[in-house]
Design a binder for this molecule. Structure first.
Ligand code: IPE
Ligand code: IPE
Ligand code: MG
Length: 241
């Protein structure tokens, strides 16, 4: 099960980021919350470029959680608009960089317009020689994903398409909506030290780095520092080494 680090430079293969702090950044700078989210999207560009440069296999971003539906309608609408605008603005560039986009989570809850945009973005960036897999969690919750997996696997067992004895980590990953099996490095900005329902199953052996900066203030250098700190970590996966 355990992933080995990127062979070329000991950087992580699969990175997850909880991009937190847009609201507080906006408040601190006397902007509207929507401005914070807009700035947050802009920050992603540099992090993607650096990930391509450093030959990271996948970058999985937490854009909107299952629980974020509890936020004010106006904020949710501004985030929906941002998703559309971000796809329109960034897909040509992502295509040029051979970045393969994949959205996951309860996407149905976002309506047809966003779902169509997402399908377009995924088709446009689909390539067999991708330089980076960029996964975006939208309407995603780790607990909900585990519940969905249990339901789907139970159906397969009930209809005798799957034996209970054959259920293993591989099957769980197959039935999960998450496009990456294991996260090597999880970064959370914003200062809080929690995982807020992100990739619960996949972060089992992830190194977790909490960065005391709001996401819109997170720089490419901050990201490089996280990568370099990862190199110094001894990952034992339970073994005596
Ligand atoms: C993260 O920033 C982005 C989303 C959850 C959509 P927040 O909006 O949570 O920012 P803070 O934590 O309130 O500062
Ligand atoms: C996590 O941030 C979700 C995203 C970054 C999309 P939240 O702001 O929703 O998490 P809590 O409420 O601080 O735990
Ligand atoms: Mg937050």
């Amino acid at each position: 099960m355990a992933n080995s680090p990127n062979k070329k430079n000991n950087y992580p293969n699969n990175i997850g980021i909880i991009m937190d702090g847009n609201g507080r950044w906006a408040f601190k700078n006397s902007f509207k919350v929507s401005e914070g989210h807009k700035k947050g999207v802009d920050i992603v560009r540099g992090i993607v470029e650096e990930s391509v440069k450093q030959k990271i296999n996948s970058l999985t971003l937490y854009a909107f959680s299952s629980e974020n539906w509890k936020r004010p309608k106006a904020e949710i609408n501004s985030i929906k608009k941002l998703v559309i605008n971000a796809i329109n603005d960034q897909v040509p560039e992502l295509k040029k960089q051979k970045v393969k986009l994949k959205f996951f989570g309860h996407l149905d809850d976002f309506g047809k317009k966003i779902q169509d945009k997402i399908s377009f973005a995924e088709k446009e960036t689909c390539t067999t020689d991708s330089q980076l897999n960029l996964n975006v969690a939208l309407g995603y919750g780790g607990q909900q994903d585990i519940i969905d997996i249990v339901k789907s696997v139970s159906k397969e067992v009930a209809s005798e398409r799957l034996n209970i004895e054959d259920i293993d980590g591989k099957i769980i990953n197959e039935y999960s909506s998450v496009p990456v099996d294991e996260i090597d490095l999880l970064i959370r900005t914003g200062g809080d030290k929690r995982v807020s329902n992100f990739l619960l199953y996949q972060i089992a052996y992830a190194e977790i780095m909490f960065v005391d900066k709001f996401w819109p203030d997170f720089t490419r250098d901050d990201f490089s520092s996280c990568l370099n700190n990862f190199k110094k970590v001894s990952r034992r996966f339970g073994k005596r080494i």
